[in-house]
Design a protein around this ligand. Structure first.
Ligand code: SF4
Ligand code: SF4
Length: 374
């Protein structure tokens, strides 16, 4: 495993890290096996945004006696409401969930404290001015967090956050398809022309360079596009290998690590194999040119759209529909586990979705499919 310096702090972080979100509802053994495999490969950073108590308790066991081998990123702003994940800006509630994380992990600190999921400019103002940033900074002063970061999917919002000088890291979604999407931003005058590249979105590329200049280390999420980039049957315009996807993300300026959302030991092994891959295996140049189709509307199965007043697991439901559309019988099984899809079209999820997914239409399709199956 190779290590990079975590921006200003100089703390070494493995090029491949663990995005633990897919382990949230898995059993304890799987989580222990995945974390052990990571440590065996020299992976030393796990992004751990999930607020569910079980997965936090399992992680405590996984890290027992080897907390020093794995940095943990906790998220300030990821809480639960009625048993579901919810993004919150309630300072007291957010602090409770971070204290809960420390208690459940049996640790005095998280290595990285990410202010969670800030895409919208108005929301950024709330985070900066209404107590969440102040809380994060206090937790750092108290030694309960070593570094401060934020997670986002939006260039302009992220740039504004970095310009405050408050953050050591940005967790940001990067893959060639996202990078070639049209980005509705006005970056005129902010970046030098020489930074602009041919096929890759100029605004995003300039943003990565900005992070590098500001020493705000990027931890990449969605490097595989929720698995779509690796799946030749998906509707994504290109298919890549794990080596190509990781190479692409790791060669963006400012990137310090790619958090791979592994849900099996085999997936950890596949990601870690990147370290031994040849230049030829990593070469992604041939696929970049094909990546120029916009991807807005593809679900990334992140559940950032929750909570749903009807208690629908939106990511799982869309995942099942997508799987069935691709002829995967597992999709039917996943779908049947969910007894009903009783969407009331309130639209709250669509407002929260960072990827422009038309959730209400998807829920209607899910309902139609359920009728056909019954
Ligand atoms: S609809 Fe959007 S927010 Fe919800 S799971 Fe899909 S990509 Fe994530
Ligand atoms: S539109 Fe449907 S799926 Fe989305 S939050 Fe409302 S009820 Fe839930």
């Amino acid at each position: 495993m190779k290590y990079r310096k975590f921006s200003k702090t100089g703390i070494p972080i493995s090029e491949i890290s663990l995005g633990a979100e897919h382990l949230e509802f898995e059993d304890k053994k799987l989580l222990l096996d995945v974390v052990s495999a990571c440590i065996d490969h020299g992976i030393n950073y796990a992004d751990f945004f999930m607020p569910s108590p079980n997965v936090r308790d399992y992680m405590k066991t996984a890290l027992k006696g080897r907390r020093d081998k794995m940095m943990v990123a906790g998220h300030l702003g990821a809480v639960q409401k009625d048993g579901q994940y919810e993004r919150s800006r309630d300072v007291k509630k957010c602090e409770l969930y971070i204290e809960d994380l420390l208690t459940r992990l049996d640790t005095d600190y998280v290595d990285m404290l990410m202010l969670h999921y800030i895409d919208d400019a108005d929301d950024a103002q709330i985070v900066l001015n209404d107590g969440l940033l102040a809380l994060g900074q206090r937790l750092v002063r108290q030694g309960k967090a070593r570094m401060l970061g934020f997670s986002s999917h939006m260039v302009m919002t992220s740039q504004a956050l970095i310009e405050t000088g408050s953050f050591d890291s940005a967790m940001f979604s990067i893959n060639p398809v996202f990078d070639t999407m049209n980005v509705d931003t006005d970056m005129d005058g902010l970046f030098e022309k020489e930074h602009q590249q041919d096929e890759i979105g100029q605004e995003r590329q300039a943003f990565y360079r900005f992070c590098e200049t500001e020493q705000c280390g990027i931890v990449v999420m969605k490097a595989y596009g929720a698995g779509r980039l690796l799946d030749k049957n998906s509707a994504f315009p290109i298919t890549m290998t794990t080596d190509q996807s990781l190479e692409y993300a790791l060669t963006r300026p400012g990137v310090v690590s790619v958090a791979v959302g592994c849900k099996s030991v085999a997936e950890v092994d596949a990601a870690a194999a990147y370290c031994e891959a040849s230049e030829q295996q990593r070469d992604y140049s041939g696929v970049i040119k094909k990546a120029s189709m916009a991807t807005s509307g593809f679900c990334m199965y992140c559940n950032h759209c929750l909570p749903c007043p009807q208690n629908i697991n939106i990511a799982k439901t869309i995942g099942a529909i997508d799987a069935m559309e691709q002829g995967d019988k597992g999709g039917v099984r996943m779908y049947e586990e969910q007894s009903e899809v009783d969407c009331i079209a309130c639209g709250e999820c669509e407002e929260r979705c960072p990827f422009g997914v038309e959730v209400i239409d998807k829920m209607q399709s899910a309902d139609d499919l359920l009728d056909k199956l019954s």
